[in-house]
Write a protein that binds this ligand. Sequence first.
Ligand code: 2F8
Ligand code: CA
Length: 165
Amino acid sequence: MINSQEKKNKDDLLQNIQNVEENINAKIVEQMNNLRSLWQLGSQNNSSWKRFGSKLYYFSQTSEPWEKAREQCVAMGATLAMVKTDEQMAFLANESTSKHWLGLSDIGTEGTWKWLDGSIPDKRLWVPGEPNNEGEEDCGEIHGRLNDIPCDLLRPWVCEKSIAI
Ligand code: 2F8
Ligand code: CA
C-alpha cells in the first residue's frame, strides 16, 4: 500500500524518465538529420550544397519568383537563406556569382523587413541606399549585400539548412 506522497514521488519520477526519453529521441532525430545532410554533401560530386560554419547552402541553377523559391527550399527540408553576420554575408556574396533570393521580405508589413524566422536584418547588411522600394519591392536578394526588388522577378535562390557540428 503506497500513500499519496509516495504516489506523487513515483509519478514525478515517471514524468522525469519520460522527459529524458523525449530529449534523447529529439537528439537522435537531430543527429540523423545531420548525417543525412552530410551524406548529401559528401555523396554528390557535383553537389550544390556548400558548408560554411554550421550551415549548408544550396545555390539553385534555375530561377523562380520569390514565393516559388521559398517553397523549393522547404521541399528540400531547408529555408531560403538568412544572413545574420558579416562573415555569412562575405561567404554568400563570394559564392553567388549572380543575384540570388534570400529569406527576406516586408510582405507582412510594408517597410518592416524581416528574415523568414521573424528577426530583423542588421541595417549594415543592406547596399547603401537600400531598401528603397523602387516601384514596389517587397522581397530581398543578395546583390553583394542586401537589396529589395519586386517579388515576381525571376532569380536563382540560396537555401540554407543548419547542421549541429
Ligand atoms: O539603383 C538601385 C536600384 O537598382 C535597380 O533599379 C534600377 C534595382 N532593381 C532591380 O534590380 C530590379 C533596385 O532594386 C535598386 O534599388
Ligand atoms: Ca531596391
